[in-house]
Design a protein around this ligand. Sequence first.
Ligand SMILES: *Cc1c(COP(=O)(O)O)cnc(C)c1O
Length: 420
Amino acid sequence: MDLRAALEKEDPQVYSALCGEEKRQLEGMELVASENYVSPAVLAALGSIFTNKYSEGYPGKRYYGGQKYTDIIESLAIERVIKLFPGAKTANVQPHSGCPANEGVYHAVLEPGDTVLGMDLSHGGHLSHGHPVTKMAKLFRFVRYKMKDIETGEIDYDELREVALEEKPKIILAGFSAYSRELDYKKFREIADEVGALAMMDMAHIAGLIAGKQLQNPFEFGFDIVTSTTHKTLRGPRGGIILTNSEELGGKINKTIFPGLQGGPHMNNIAAKAVAFGEADTPEFQMYAQQVIKNAKAMENEFAKNNVRMIAGGTDNHLLLIDAVSSWDATGGEVETALDKVHMTLNKNAIADDPRSPFDPSGIRLGTPAMTTRGFTEKEFTQVAQWIIAVAKNHADDAKLAEIAEEVKTLTARFPVPGM
Ligand SMILES: *Cc1c(COP(=O)(O)O)cnc(C)c1O
């Protein structure tokens, strides 16, 4: 049966928005560091009849009948993700997304009032690492570490250790959504051991680069818990996962996710996760992950040549954070808006200890995962960096922006979107 034709016939309004979004995704250049394009196989699993089934519980221990095939799907997802991240012993593939995965871990291993030591949010940490606006920050205490040197991006491990000794956290949390350097997992583990804390990594942004063997795997340094989204560099459906290195922790986490926090798992989503984990366990995916980093390096080179100020001085992963105010005398918001006009999508972003408001911060964040999936290599990304510089410098010149917009559209349209 033709699913598209069915949608068009039954609901022209939704169908028309879908067509508009397809055109936007095809013509636009997606540079948001957390986005990607899934494969046709992942889309097929997501849009499948697995969405019809309730499967509260876990494989082999469900609350309703009819679980022969859902058990196969969830077991496959678990086996595959454990294989993808060597050192993981248990996996929960049910969290609806990255924030619920982190929330699940906090509830599983902390008591109200317990302390978590995580990365400062303006230095790259994530909302779900205890930002004051989150409900988690009302229940648990979050204390912070930062970069020692914004020019190199090195984390201040001395400060991290001092704060850990003083605050006695139950979890030391590594991981970020706006940080471009590799982490020293060994140091995290040593400090966690010294204070008796669990070492946890939130690899949401870089899971695909770890799975693709281009970045280090925290389990190889003895980390206890690793959480992730599945839709960023890992290139799966929107969703979350929690991996641990022990049956005991895994058991606590399973009870916390269901029945503690969630009801029925979204089995269509878990089917799509299984497909994506299978895809990530291939030589092709390793080449993809390698190209993601090569492409980020190509942009780094071009920005460096043009005296653009990059936070942490450059990148080891898929993303770059740029100080727009000192580079171009334009705010992050102004650059984001001007880039939107030329069909290049990225986000304004706070930079470390940003003096400006989060609604119009000093920086922009951009990444290579999505356009690498569409086939961009170093050549295209060098051009992308040149366009970004031109747009930022001419952000108020609409005639110039219109010119660049045509060039962007012409290039991007040559690179198909998978599944479209
Ligand atoms: C994106 C991200 C999340 C949250 O993921 P959602 O799926 O949006 O809930 C959590 N942690 C980090 C580090 C992230 O980058």
